[in-house]
Structures are given as C-alpha cells and as structure tokens.
Design a protein around this ligand. Structure first.
Ligand code: PEP
Ligand code: MN
Length: 447
C-alpha cells in the first residue's frame, strides 16, 4: 500500500472546525504543510500501540496515568535546564505514586508539541486597544502588538523543530542513565528532608525505601517494575498541522498522527459531529477527550461511538475537569452511564481547568486546596461507584514559579508577581507538584 494524498485524513475538512487560526496567506500555509508532510515523524507507530496497551491497563484498573507539563510550551522557554527539571519532577512524582501506592505508573508529558491554545475569546482588549488573541507559539506571538498577533504559518515549522529538539532531550533524560530509580528516590528523600512541604511525608518516604530494599534483597529489579516509559502528548488543536504529521502505517493500513504518542481533544472542540472528533476517529493513536461540567450523557455516548466503536481498552481516555465544587455532583451520572454501556474507558482527573480564578493582583491563578479538593472528589466518586480512578492530568513545571497559590511551601497571593512566567494558565511549581503526588499516593493507598 502506498501513502498517496487521498489516504491522508481530510474528511474533517467538510465539518465545522472550531479554534482554527485565520491564516492570512493560504498559499504560504499550503507550502509549509507540504514541507511538514515530507519531514520524518516525531514518534513511531509501535510506541503509540504500546502506549495504547498501557492505557488499557489503566482502563482495567491495573495502572495509573500521570500526565503533566506546561499549559503552553513556548519557543523562548526551551532550554536544557527547563526540560530536565520538568522531566525530573514528573519522574519524582511517578516514583512516589508508583512506590507509595504500589501501582505501575504510565508517564505522559504535556510536552514536545503543546504549542497551540484554544481561546475563550477571539480578541483581547488592553487599554482600549483590541487585537486578535494569542493562540500559542504555533500560531502567533504573545506580545501585544498588531504585527505579533498575525498568524504566521512558518511558526508551524518552528513547532515541529522545537518538538523534535525537546523530544530528543526527553528521550535522552529518561533512557540515558540520567535518572535511575535510586537517583529519583534520592531526589525525593531530599525533598522530604529539606523542604517544609516534604517533611509531612517522612513516613511514606521511609516505606518506599523499605520496599525498595526488600525488592533488592529478594533479587527483584525494581527498575524493571518501574519501566513504563515516557510518552508525549498535546492537544490536537490545529488540524492542518496534525494532518501534515499523519502517516499511513503500511503494515496495518491504518493512519497514525505521529506528532505525538497521545493526542487529546479539548473542552472547546469536542463536539461529536465536528472536525476534531472526525480527525481523531481516523487515527490509531490513543485519544483523550476533556470533559467539563456541561458534558451531557448523550454527548458522552456519541463520543464513545465515534472514537471507540470497537470498545478497545486504552483507545479512549476521558479527562474530567469539572471544578472542585462540581465534581461530586456531575461526575457520577457520567461514569454510571459509561459503565452501563460497557465502554472500557480510562477516567483521569484534570484538577486544574475547572479551578481557575483571578487574584487581587490581577493574575490568573489556582488554589492548591481546590486542586486537591477536586482530586479528592474524583477519588470519592470512584470509590462510591466501585470504578477506578485512573490518573491525574496536571499543569506543572519543574521550576519554583509562583503561579498557583497554596501548597506546603506556601505561595501567597502577594508572591504571584515574583515568578509568574506561564504563557497561558498557572502551573503547579516543583514543590506543589511533589506535594500533590504524595497526597494522591495517600489517597490511592487508602481507597
Ligand atoms: C488545556 O488543557 O490547557 C485546556 C485548554 O484545557 P480544556 O480544553 O480542558 O479547557
Ligand atoms: Mn491550560
């Protein structure tokens, strides 16, 4: 079978596609897309298949998904140190979850492609001046000038290159001997010993230590147990870009979007009969869909029909982002219906996007207590229904930014201006992320 143009998934083009940029120069866009279609893929099909299998274990209640990274990656913020610190934070969280909760952890970064942002409003007004909204570095610039805000298709190429460079380093850090399990535990012990946030988890850290020592003594290689890989993911928002990175797998005759291992559809583009769902229905990657509080049972069933007609565990993940005040009321009917249908989806909690508020300083922020409360509600609901709390999806960074308030090493509202560096939504910093991992591990253990 050959990969001619007709086989590339274009069926979405006849459907409404929300959140697509208004490219001023169509010919320039087409030229960029043709180049992208000729470039090597960023990931390979067998990795996508492996991740689908691992997410199948999440859906069956045998593994836990840790998905996290920036709200929006930016070209300016790509550096070896930042990538390393993010990977390090995710590795530490995965080790805490894996060994304190005794569950295999599937690690998926919001990384190496998370450059496109859906916006609530198409324009932004400052001091009486209105300009097109910033849509992510893949589309336009964040500076508030008319020039920067014009969509530029060359940015799609930069996204590809930035993703490739990032993924290369992520793969090196996760497989090249940088972070063996002992090393990751040493970092965690350091967090527990030296930070006020970590001191509360001394008991848990000691237990992890004992568990590891026991494994060693019994001749079991804990490294093997942990080896669940590191995968990339981003929101499949710009369908032109995703289509250009889609390739036909000659062996199976199916298509894969090889811009990342896993793609998700956002809350604003998940209409079952629109373009984003149509695109996702044509590719074989594991797919996630974000579900906000307005999700109806009918929409949910339509999404399952469109995206997982074969009811394959690992194919479809639902990431709920209800808000701490809503999750306990809104989630149960959705889970009950899906369970009654026998659909083997993985349920994952995004405790970030339903808990955003504006601080007195004018910063968009999130309270650590609300984040924790939404995860707590998620666990409560699953425990009530006898279903599996499959994972968490969080916006985080490995640095000590001050974007979310609260946490054991408390960030106060007054601290927000000190290191507020996100290009979009507020992220948990390193200490808040580890704090959350220990707390979630405790919840998972005491289910
Ligand atoms: C996001 O993940 O950054 C996002 C915009 O989420 P949602 O689609 O759930 O609003
Ligand atoms: Mn976000």
């Amino acid at each position: 079978m050959t990969c001619d143009k007709n086989e590339i998934p274009d069926s979405w083009r006849s459907l409404p596609a929300a959140q697509q940029p208004d490219w001023p120069d169509r010919a320039a866009l087409e030229a960029v897309l043709a180049d992208l279609a000729s470039y090597p893929p960023l990931v390979v099909t067998s990795e996508c298949d492996l991740l689908r299998e691992r997410l199948g274990a999440v859906a069956r209640g045998e593994s836990f998904l840790l998905q996290g990274g920036d709200c929006a990656e930016t070209f300016a913020q790509i550096s070896a140190d930042r990538i390393r610190d993010k990977v390090k934070t995710l590795l530490q969280m995965a080790a805490v979850l894996g060994y304190a909760a005794s569950v295999p952890v599937v690690m998926v970064g919001r990384i190496a492609g998370q450059y496109s942002k859906p916006r609530s409003k198409p324009t932004e007004t400052r001091d009486g001046v209105t300009l097109p909204s910033y849509r992510g570095d893949s589309v336009n610039g964040a500076e508030f000038t008319p020039e920067a805000r014009v969509p530029d298709p060359e940015r799609l190429k930069r996204m590809y290159l930035a993703s490739a460079a990032t993924l290369n380093l992520v793969r090196a850090f996760t497989t090249g001997g940088y972070a063996g399990l002992q090393q990751v535990h040493a970092w965690n012990q350091d967090f527990v010993r030296t930070s006020p946030a970590g001191q509360r988890y001394e008991q848990l850290a000691r237990e992890i230590d004992k568990g590891l020592a026991f494994m060693h003594a019994s001749g079991v290689d804990p490294e093997e147990h942990r080896s669940v890989g590191f995968y990339s993911s981003h929101e499949a928002l710009l369908l032109d870009y995703e289509t250009a990175l889609t390739r036909l797998d000659m062996q199976t005759g199916t298509m894969y979007d090889l811009s990342a291992h896993m793609l998700w559809i956002g809350e604003r583009t998940r209409q079952p009969d629109h373009a984003h769902v149509e695109f996702a229905s044509r590719i074989r990657n594991p797919i996630a869909v974000k579900l906000g509080p307005a999700t109806s049972v009918e929409e949910l069933l339509a999404l399952i029909e469109r995206l997982d007609p074969r009811r394959e565990p690992g194919r479809l993940t639902f990431i709920t982002r209800m808000g701490a005040d809503k999750i306990r009321d809104y989630l149960p009917p959705l889970i009950e219906k899906v369970t009654a249908e026998g659909a083997p989806v993985a349920w994952v909690c995004d405790p970030m996007h339903g808990n955003t508020s504006e601080a007195e300083t004018g910063h968009k922020t999130r309270h650590f207590d609300d984040v924790l409360d939404e995860v707590t509600g998620f666990f409560e609901v699953h425990s009530m229904l006898g279903t599996h709390p499959g994972g968490i999806h969080v916006e985080l960074t490995g640095e000590n930014v001050t974007e979310c308030v609260g946490g054991g090493e408390e960030v106060l509202v007054d601290h927000l201006p000190e290191r507020y560096e996100t290009a979009c939504d507020p992220r948990l910093n390193r200490s808040q992320s580890l704090d959350l991992a220990f707390l979630v591990a405790e919840m998972y253990r005491s289910r």
